[in-house]
Design a protein around this ligand. Structure first.
Ligand code: CO
Length: 663
């Protein structure tokens, strides 16, 4: 053990004669970003950070992680919040402690590589808005994807933290790919690129305590810049890992405030303060201050988010990480995806297929977005493949990966899979070997043009460039051009209290069941009408018990595909007599003239590659459906001409919905 590993302990009373440590462990707090991203689906709102902001600024953290990762996406998509505004608002309360963000290198805060002009503008604006530390990672650890953003971080005079995504193919450190040499070489590469610090980013909680010790010891020997460890608690090892990392001389650790700690989040800071108290690595933090912050979080903030916490299991650790090396977040995505497709019973098949898909796709680390890419492709394979054909439904992202658009994979991609994926691929069938963004056309000017009149500044334009569909929706909310839907509005403490009271009443048996008013019996004169209102279909029964007609609505009997020529209500009623004899039968969908293309999964329509009147070959992409953040290119089931399209960009559609007709 080196000099760093000697923990010198002085017997002291808390805060009385507490010596200042010679080499205190520096702490970055993740509560305001990774904490709520891990536990509460990234739904943390700025207004819920303000009550603790000034107190957190007093603790003495090395930095506060406040932005980046999934926050940019969820804020504009689900919270009706301007992501840029969050940095500016928090800066008004947090004046001393630097801000850190998680930057997905050339993926920025999205799920694909963006063009250089967008990447440069994004980093510049993030720095300008108040970001100080840019924790930068690439999902493939291909640092060519750092080449555009790093010079901008440096030009803005900000801290560039380079990450090594921690990955493995064996149960512990070792093997042919992710061994000690791999991490040391990556660390050296980052230092050469000008990293101000190097972070081991263990997003899945895979790093075992002694492996962390070995890696940090080796890195400390080989590079000069500070070493930072980011290890999720998911598997239950992270607290032990942190202690071994401290013994190996780690400089900076990531923690969360207790209410935002553990599970798939990070170890809490409070036990670490006590663990190190009086040692030469003492954080120097005041644990009473922590208690003060935690009380606010517990009482005033967490109740609004509690429903988002996955409490289906009592266990706070996920041993699947130890069993399958599957990141916790990825697992819950897979489960959600399977549930949406009514295929939860296939989970074991997914576990079996996952390592196979990962290996075929170049044994890449599993971190956003590669965890989604591998995960969703695995689900697609399990659901759609048959004995004769694998990879029947390949996502656009897998095609991009096979083309080289994400960068260089750890080992070469399986040539069969690669060839199959690139069949008819829009950029070409021969994969590239250059830096991915070199083949990307500039995107910013086009984006500016596309939101002219709606976007008011460069921040709006960048938001749109990164998220065109949901970004445009958000800008319409922001500027009052569209009413934001109910579900993006915050939950208030009043609502939480009302709900708690209701639950308490129910438990005490004081809730009375609602009595439905029975419908009057129908006479033999009842006539049934089919009524089409825009995309909905109603079956209306009209009974005339010797007076004015009574119209009662039946709920839509099935989620019908939008009717190409929806008849107005009056016309439907007028034309109805022919339909009256079938009053007791289930209505039938209008017969389709041609072959329908149905949605194989629920999702969001994001692009059309074909329009009405276009001819299409069997297997050719008709439209792009986004599901679980992955883009699925939906192939035409037959050759023919597109005769109708029944959806629009931005539509949320259900599984089985008819999207278009080919004849
Ligand atoms: Co993380």
């Amino acid at each position: 053990m080196g000099d760093h590993s000697q923990l010198k302990i002085t017997k002291i009373e808390y805060n009385k004669d507490r010596p200042k440590a010679k080499n205190p462990v520096k702490i970055m707090d993740l509560t305001l970003r990774d904490g709520h991203q891990s536990l509460f689906a990234t739904r943390g709102r700025t207004e819920d950070m303000i009550p603790v902001a000034e107190l957190m600024d007093e603790v003495g953290f090395w930095a506060l992680e406040t932005w980046g990762g999934a926050t940019f996406d969820t804020m504009h998509r689900f919270l009706n919040e301007d992501p840029w505004e969050r940095i500016r608002t928090l800066k008004r309360y947090i004046k001393k402690t630097p801000f850190s963000m998680l930057l997905r290198a050339q993926n920025l805060v999205g799920y694909r590589n963006y063009a250089d002009d967008v990447a440069e503008a994004f980093v510049e604006r993030a720095a300008e808005n108040g970001m100080d530390i840019f924790r930068t990672f690439d999902a493939l650890n291909d640092y060519r994807n750092f080449e555009t953003v790093v010079p901008i971080i440096k030009k803005c005079g900000k801290h560039f933290q380079g990450c090594i995504c921690y990955s493995m193919t064996e149960p512990r450190l070792g093997g042919d790919v992710y061994n000690l040499d791999y991490y040391v070489n990556k660390g050296k590469d980052l230092e050469k690129m000008g990293a101000d610090s190097v972070c081991i980013k263990d997003m899945a909680g895979l790093i075992a305590p002694y492996d962390a010790y070995a890696i940090i010891t080796a890195l400390k020997k080989n590079i000069k810049v500070p070493i930072h460890l980011h290890s999720h608690f998911t598997s239950g090892m992270a607290s032990m890992t942190q202690l071994k990392a401290i013994e190996a001389g780690v400089d900076i650790l990531d923690t969360c405030m207790a209410p935002y700690a553990y599970r798939t989040s990070h170890p809490a800071i409070e036990p670490l303060i006590m663990t190190l108290l009086g040692t030469n690595r003492d954080t120097g933090f005041d644990i009473k201050k922590m208690a003060e912050i935690n009380e606010i979080l517990e009482k005033d903030i967490i109740p609004k988010y509690r429903h988002l916490l996955d409490e289906t299991k009592l266990s706070i650790i996920d041993i699947n990480v130890l069993l399958h090396q599957t990141p916790g977040g990825m697992l819950s995505n897979l489960v959600n995806q399977l549930r949406e497709m009514d295929a939860l019973d296939k989970i074991d098949a997914v576990f079996e297929e996952l390592p196979r898909v990962r290996k075929e796709l170049g044994q890449i680390p599993l971190v956003t977005p590669t965890s989604q890419i591998v995960g969703i492709q695995t689900v697609n394979n399990v659901l759609f493949d048959d004995k004769n054909e694998r990879y029947k439904m390949i996502t656009s992202q897998v095609k991009d990966l096979c083309y080289g658009l994400y960068g260089k994979t750890a080992v070469p991609i399986d040539p069969e899979v690669q060839k199959n994926a690139l069949k008819g691929y829009k950029r070409g069938e021969t994969p590239i070997t250059c830096r991915p963004a070199e083949v990307l056309e500039p995107e910013l000017e086009k984006a500016k043009e596309a939101v002219k009149g709606l976007a008011k500044d460069i921040d709006d334009e960048i938001l749109y460039a990164i998220y065109p569909v949901t970004g445009k929706k958000f800008l319409k909310w922001k500027y009052g051009k569209e009413e934001p839907p109910e579900e993006v509005k915050p939950i208030t403490m009043e609502q939480v209290k009302a709900e708690q009271e209701l639950i308490a009443k129910a438990k005490a048996g004081k809730l009375v069941e609602k009595i439905e008013k029975p419908a009057p019996p129908q006479s033999e004169h009842t006539r049934t009408f089919n009524v089409f209102v825009e995309n909905e279909y109603f079956e209306v029964k009209v009974d005339e018990p010797g007076g004015a007609p009574v119209v009662s609505y039946a709920p839509p009997t099935q989620a019908l595909a939008p009717m190409p020529a929806a008849a107005p209500v009056a016309a439907a009623l007028a034309a109805a007599p022919e339909a009256q004899e079938s009053s007791t039968e289930e209505p039938e969908a209008a017969p389709v003239d041609g072959t329908p293309l149905e949605a194989p999964m629920p999702g969001l329509i994001i692009d059309f590659e074909k329009q009405i009147g276009d001819s299409v070959k069997k297997g050719e992409t008709v439209l792009i459906l986004e599901a679980m953040k992955m883009e699925n290119a939906l192939p035409s089931p037959v050759s023919g001409t597109i005769v109708s399209i029944n959806c629009e960009i931005g539509d949320n559609i259900a599984k089985g919905e008819m999207l278009c007709v080919i004849k």
